[in-house]
Design a protein around this ligand. Sequence first.
Ligand code: NAD
Length: 486
Amino acid sequence: MPSFLDQARWNGKGLIDGWQSLSGGTHDIRNPATDDVIATVAMATPTDVGAAAGRASAAQAEWAALPAAQRGKILSKAADLLEEHGEELIAWIMRESGSIQPKAAVEIEHSAGFIRHAAAMATEPNGHTIPSDDGRFSIARRVPHGVVGVISPFNFPLILSIRAVAPALAVGNAVVLKPDPRTPISGGVTIARIFEEAGLPAGVLSVISGGADAGEAMCTDPNIAMVSFTGSAEIGAKVGELCGRHIKKVQLELGGKNALVVLDDADLDTAVSNAAWGCYLHQGQICMATGLVLVQEAIAQTFVEKLAAKARQLPAGDPMSGQVALGPIINDRQVDRIQRIVDESVAQGARLVTGGRHDGRFYAATVLADVRPGMPAFDEEIFGPVAVVAAFATDEDAVDLANRSDYGLAAGVISSSLNRALAVGNRLNVGHLHINDQTVMAGPFAPFGGCGKSGNGGRISGPANWEEFTQWQWVTVKDSAGLYPF
Ligand code: NAD
């Protein structure tokens, strides 16, 4: 039986008007756990971005003019296909992005949820009537931007592409999707295939893999009205600058250095389990990963011992073995970066309790204790499986330490006193606050995004999607035109 993804159809190609060769040649996709080549994709140059955006622009008006229920139906069908072929697609996510099976399964489950939420959005009321005292019929309605460019990262490639693609399509935009060139199958081809099979009209969605030049071309192309970017703050700043210069709407979903505050009345084993999940899930390569564990002094030593004992029980290796908790880091450059941050922090006085080493791309679950502001492990987003533990004296000190970061994506507070946890949590400058929970949490229904360097004040998902993927249009209607004083 042919596979759903049907590699022969897209190998070495990109989707613009059907699958076709692109002008940037081809690029081998390697499994980061084994280095095996798993597929080849076409690479887009700015010329291909121009072609995709032009094609999308030509297809958009007709797509937007379809009855909303029909758009919703196509989206719902795409969600069904994702679930029906989940097993096959999970294996691709595991091999392409180094995900363990449960993480890859969550990508399928959540992505189907994102698409269904968007499908329902298509038929929601889309405006207001506005009081008028001069006989005009006056309404404000939400209209699509036109073509939305989506630029996505490698870590949750499917979810982080689909959470923008699905709502953008639902409300009548056409989309050009540029996934990360390390994960273009899970973050691109999969989405192209479900929408192709669901009956999305040709040209409404282009999927082209590409690097920085293709991404920058999306920010300057006159046919693209909005760019939805998820990635690092460094690249986000460039994207924001280019979009600003070209007067485009831009959504920036960037990094995080997310604090988990453990107060001294917390149940220790529960707090350790929360910290381990927040720090080590997907090797810490998550924007909401717990990047800083702030533990009150009285329990800090025992907490660190228990967390290290747990870390030692989390093997790293090839996810396809089914026997590991941690898969590979995405590439060697990122491994070097993690090691540099650990080594420099230790040289500055941090205590390496466990881990701090790697076997190729398999980085051991690590605990660094006695970390202080000014050390790279405290200040930088690591994007690796490193629990960075710092002790604090008073609840006030915890707030101060957590708020030192330039980022402001997520935070968690664990305490047996709800009032005390809320008193701390309410003072944290973050977009997501979780009381009695760790920091990694997302889904189709909640507005996602952060303060400071984590984004530009926008949010994505749930109630935020109308604001992001449409704009207001004011319409007045009179029975017939009248005369003015001149
Ligand atoms: P990155 O910024 O290097 O790459 C993200 C995307 O931008 C990729 O598709 C890449 O090809 C593209 N790109 C690279 N240079 C570009 C340029 N000059 N112009 C336009 N596009 C360009 O991100 P990364 O290192 O792969 O991903 C990790 C980062 O993403 C971390 O900082 C993480 O916190 C962040 N992230 C944020 C969220 C969120 O929702 N806030 C989610 C996941 C990851």
